[in-house]
Design a protein around this ligand. Structure first.
Ligand code: SF4
Length: 284
């Protein structure tokens, strides 16, 4: 039986992108190829917030105890090895049973599954077929992979995804790739983060859209360059702008400006509903 290292598994409302407002189960896998220490920092500087938290790691026994951060990656504990003991390795049967416990009823209704991270397409692709084919997952109709858009789909996973595209209504599943491509404000290198050919291939296996985190006009100028690169490569999907802000004070400074930027440029605005609704606490 295949296993996945699970950082978090919780039930909430999807706060971002195409499924904003939809009740969703979030399966947060452990591990990421990036660190995104630049978010919320002056260009060229790196956040040290998680280092201070990691220095006190013995104080924290579960995710809900961990402090939120206002700079760097807001889901740092889902990939930083110093927090790995908080993420158990679970067999698919155990994951499915836990999902059934957190759904409001013991079966899928109109809820959607978000497979997020960390970077959920990094290494765990081999484990998803067994999980998603579990008999108790049969009622699930919509799945989103929240990815940074740098991981190619494996041949085995592509073969698996293709079968959901067949025009058999009892079987079909709507697959979405929500691609949060990392701009220079994340601190990641452009040539490692903006990989249009990888993202274009996602469109062969579901609906893909791009979501850029924006704090200011400079980030938007970077987003425009990235959008042009994705379009040149043939990307057809929608593009969302989303305000930076894993904590309410930062989010509230940015959300209106980013919404206006999106309107002015004919792009979609994505909120972060989990911030005003739930203060972006772990498990929301
Ligand atoms: S890609 Fe996402 S999960 Fe990974 S470090 Fe960046 S923000 Fe965090």
């Amino acid at each position: 039986m295949s296993k996945i290292k699970i950082a978090e598994l919780f039930y909430s409302i999807q706060g971002e992108g195409r499924y904003m407002g939809v009740p969703s189960v979030f399966l947060r896998t452990f591990g990421c190829n990036f660190t995104c220490d630049g978010f919320g920092m002056p260009r060229g500087e790196q956040s040290k917030e998680r280092d201070f938290i990691a220095a006190d790691i013995k104080k924290f026994f579960k995710y809900q105890d961990l402090p939120l951060v206002s700079t760097g990656c807001d889901s740092y504990a889902s990939w930083d090895p110093r927090f790995k003991e908080l993420s158990p390795m679970l067999e698919s049967n155990a994951i499915v049973n836990r999902i059934m416990e957190i759904l409001p009823q013991d079966h899928w209704k109109d809820e959607h599954l978000v497979i997020t991270g960390g970077e959920p397409l990094l290494g765990w692709q081999r484990a998803y077929p067994e999980l998603l084919d579990h008999p108790k997952m049969a009622g699930l109709k919509e799945i989103t992979f929240e990815t940074n858009g740098t991981q190619k789909l494996t041949e085995e996973f592509k073969e698996y995804l293709v079968k959901w595209q067949m025009p058999n209504l009892d079987f079909a599943r709507e697959i979405t790739f929500s691609v949060s491509a990392k701009l220079p404000c994340s601190g990641e290198k452009w040539e490692e983060a903006i990989l249009p050919e990888v993202v274009c291939e996602y469109e062969d296996f579901g609906t893909a859209y791009l979501k850029f985190v924006i704090a200011n006009e400079q980030d938007f100028a970077d987003a425009e360059c990235a959008i042009a690169a994705y379009r040149r490569a043939g990307f057809k999907g929608h593009v969302y702008l989303m305000p930076v802000g894993g904590v309410e004070s930062v989010y509230a400074m940015n959300n209106k400006n980013v919404a206006i930027l999106a309107m002015k440029n004919g792009l979609r605005y994505s909120d972060r509903l989990q911030v005003p609704l739930f203060k972006n606490e772990w498990g929301t």
